[in-house]
Structure formats: C-alpha cells, structure tokens
Design a protein around this ligand. Structure first.
Ligand SMILES: NC(=O)C1=CN([C@@H]2O[C@H](COP(=O)(O)OP(=O)(O)OC[C@H]3O[C@@H](n4cnc5c(N)ncnc54)[C@H](O)[C@@H]3O)[C@@H](O)[C@H]2O)C=CC1
Ligand SMILES: O=C(O)CCC(=O)C(=O)O
Length: 419
C-alpha cells in the first residue's frame, strides 16, 4: 500500500498514466518510473516566541537518482502533506529531464505558515529542518532550493546548518542562496525570466504584439511578481489583473505595476491596495486577457472554469495549476497556446543547475552569461516540445512530459534497472 494519497498525487499519477499510454510503457514498468525512491518524514519542534512548544511535520521526497543527484525546492505551507510533496518531486523529474539537466526530481517542505512565524521562529524551523535532513542530502545526493514560502534567507540558513555540521563551507548543498555566499547572479529572477521569455516566444508564434497584449498574474511572490515586472517593463505588456492569497485586482485599463511593487515592499502583500479594482479572487482567472499566468498553487484551473478561460496563452508559472479534466477541455477548445508547467517554470531549476555547477567549479559567471545560457536551453526545449506535439498531434503538456519521461526511462534501461 502506498503512503502517497490526496488530489495532487492522484493528478501526477493520472498525468503519468496518460503519457505512459501514449508512449507505450508496459504496465509492469510504470510503478518503477512513477513511485519515489524514498520519502523522509521528520518532526520539527519549535519553542515559539510566546513560550509554547509546537511540532511541525517536515518532508523530503526523492523521486529517482538514476541520472544524478535529486534536485528541487522546499515549500513552507500550512496544508503540505507527503502526497503533495511526492507529486511535486515527480514533476521535478520530468522537468529536469526535459531541460536535459543531470538530475532526478525531489521536493520537500514543512507544514507550517511562514507568514505567521517571527524571523527567529522561521530561522529555528529552517535550521531544524535541514539538521534533520543532513543524513539524506548532499551535493551529490540531493540539492535543495527555494519554493513557495521559502527564499534566499532560508537557503542561507540551510547552507549554514549543513556547513557547520561538516566543519567547512559547502556552498553547493543548496541553490537559490544569496550571491554573497555562493549564489548565482540571476537565480532570484530566473523562474519569472524564463516564464517571460517563453511567453515572448508564444506571442511570436501566435503573432501577437507584446506591446498590445494584456496579462493576468495569479500569485505575487517570487515567480508571479518577477514575471509581471519583466512582462511590463521589458516587453511592454499591460498587466490588467493580479492577485495573492489576500486580494485580487482587475482593471482593463492596466494596473500601475511600479506603485504596486512599492506597496507590496512595505505591506508584504496586496491586501487593501485598491477598492476600485478589487474583485472576487475566484473570478480572476476567467477575466479577459491575452496571457494568463497562474503563479501560485496547484489545481486552480479545473473542469469548472476551463471552458470560461478568456486568454490566448496559458503560461504555467506554478507547478500543477491545471487538472487533467481541465486539460481535456482546453485541448478540445484548441484556441489556447499552453506553456505547460514543466517547461514554463523550468528557468528556476535551470539556473539552479548553473549555480551548482559554478559552486562545484568555484568559478562564477556574469548575469549576462547566466541569462543567455538560460534562454538557449529554453529555446531548444520549447522547439522540441512544439515539434513533438505537431508531429504526433498531441498537446504541449503530453509532448513535454513524454520527452522527460522517455529520458528517465532510457537512463533506467541503460543502467540495467529494467530487464
Ligand atoms: N521559486 C521558484 O523558483 C519556483 C517556483 N515554482 C512554483 O511557482 C509557484 C509560486 O512559487 P513562488 O513564487 O516561489 O512562491 P512565493 O511564496 O514566493 O509566492 C507565492 C505567492 O502566491 C500567493 N498565493 C498563495 N496562495 C494563493 C491563492 N490561493 N491565490 C492567489 N495567490 C496565492 C502568495 O500570496 C504569494 O504571493 C509554486 O507553484 C511553485 O512551486 C516553480 C518553479 C520554480
Ligand atoms: O531550483 C530548483 O532546484 C528547483 C525549483 C523548483 O522547486 C521547481 O522548479 O519547482
């Protein structure tokens, strides 16, 4: 019996089976490819600022070690469970393989609300999480990075905790850390920069001019905010809709992104920014725009709203924002250019790979080198996905996943893991 359950794991499994049917993976080999190599579950006690003791659950799921170490982010979010973490780890595997990175997928996190913790409490949770994970991670075993609810500071605490245990600085144990301690130029912006670059390519493909296009972005954290800034400032896209977990806004005349940036820097979220453009958050994704970017959480585009999407491009900054039921509706409609998550948000892990390589070599690149190499990989990968989709008459998602899964399957075959 599997320990993995819940709607997000079921979705990863359903997506995998669809692709496995298409590329003809024998039924006896499916579990070998789908189920994670290991899952670690730990308890994280915290002495809170008000004198209580709380215990949080932490997880790390390592999907496969066939092609190299595992790689993936660390999420701090209240409802996190091992099924969700496993799904995210599995998606990391297909994402890394699709981009040609020498990694398997992993994901981890702590079931806690980082917004309700003081800085001291957040540091204590972060350090204890890494301390519990020390036996299971390493620069050649599993390399963590940020994801929802974590950031460069958390990565710095992870690195410090691991390095103190080993007795010397081991920068390459995590990526997405501050540049001053071995982070790479461009990692903070990498996921959003990748999203924006692929949107640019999609706009070209459907012959829309970026300076006459509009965008809605759900989620205003690392991925959402940077995507919105680059689209607005470097491509002239009008941002007409934005949201985070506290509020949603829509204005067809355009939202003032610079004013909003300053507001969020001060208040830390979008709550209370405007009364005039405030809307019910559940309406945001179906409002009219050219480019729709879900950049928050899973399963927000479902059978309930897929037929009402009013966009030309769906750029999945988040992992798993679209359910398989919604995929079927979108495919049937045929009027939306989909940039599937494992392609669209792969800029983050691609630049994490660059960071790991630089740390291992103790040789650092300029931001231009990082961004140029990022674009090269994204261009090649997008072209490959589009070609495969056209050739076989399949969706971009199935094409992207098929390429990733085939690479993992081939690696396992060559290493003798299949008879
Ligand atoms: N940080 C990275 O480099 C990468 C992140 N991703 C994915 O992108 C997504 C966002 O991650 P980050 O930006 O790093 O997280 P973050 O923690 O920096 O920001 C998350 C944002 O989403 C908002 N949010 C949460 N629940 C929401 C809801 N129900 N409706 C609207 N907004 C909501 C939060 O208020 C916050 O603005 C996640 O799915 C993550 O797995 C994917 C690839 C790389
Ligand atoms: O940068 C990384 O290693 C992983 C980023 C991540 O968690 C993701 O792509 O979902």
């Amino acid at each position: 019996m599997s320990i993995y359950s819940g709607p997000v794991f079921a979705m990863a499994q359903e997506q995998f089976n669809l692709v496995a049917d298409y590329i003809g993976i024998e039924s006896e080999h499916r579990d070998r490819l789908l189920y994670p190599k290991r899952a670690i579950s730990v308890s994280i006690p915290l002495h809170t600022d008000d004198g209580q003791t709380k215990v949080f659950q932490g997880y790390r799921v390592q999907h496969h070690l066939t092609l190299g170490p595992t790689k993936g982010g660390t999420r701090f979010s209240p409802q996190l469970d091992v099924g969700e973490v496993a799904a995210l780890a599995i998606w990391m595997s297909w994402k890394c393989a699709l981009a040609g990175l020498p990694y398997g997928g992993a994901k981890g996190g702590v079931a806690c609300d980082p917004n309700s913790l003081s800085v001291r409490e957040l540091e204590a949770v972060s350090r204890r999480y890494m301390q519990e994970m020390i036996p299971f991670v390493g620069p050649n075993t599993d390399v963590m990075a940020p994801d929802m609810g974590t950031n460069e500071q958390v990565m710095a605490w992870f690195m410090d905790t691991y390095s103190m245990y080993k007795g010397h600085a081991i920068n390459e144990i995590v990526t997405g850390k501050p540049v001053a301690i071995g982070g790479t130029a461009g990692r903070r912006e990498a996921t959003g920069r990748g999203v924006a670059h692929l949107v640019k390519r999609a706009l070209e493909s459907i012959q829309l001019d970026s300076s006459r296009s509009t965008a809605i972005v759900q989620g205003f954290g690392n991925v959402g905010s940077i995507s919105a800034y680059i689209l607005a400032r470097e491509m002239g896209v009008k941002i007409v809709g934005l949201s985070d977990h506290t509020a949603a806004y829509y204005d067809p005349a355009g939202l003032p992104i610079d004013v909003i940036e300053r507001y969020v820097a001060e208040k830390r979220n979008l709550a209370g920014w405007s009364n005039e453009s405030a809307i019910d958050p559940s309406e945001l994704l179906t409002r009219e725009c050219d480019i729709l970017i879900p950049a928050a959480t899973e399963q927000v585009i479902t059978a309930t709203n897929a037929s009402r999407l009013s966009c030309r491009i769906l750029a999945e900054g988040a992992n798993g924002p679209t359910t398989p039921d919604a995929d079927a509706i979108i495919e049937e409609r045929g009027d939306i250019f989909v940039l599937p998550d494992i392609l669209c948000n792969s800029g983050g892990v691609i630049v994490s790979y660059f960071e790991w390589v630089q740390d291992l070599q103790r040789l650092f690149w300029t931001e231009k080198e990082v961004n140029d190499r990022l674009k090269d990989i994204l261009n090649v990968t997008l072209d490959r996905v589009i070609r495969r989709a056209r050739k076989d008459g399949i969706s971009h998602r199935v094409a992207a996943m098929a390429i990733g899964i085939e690479k993992v399957r081939e690696g396992k075959k060559l290493r003798g893991l299949f008879p």
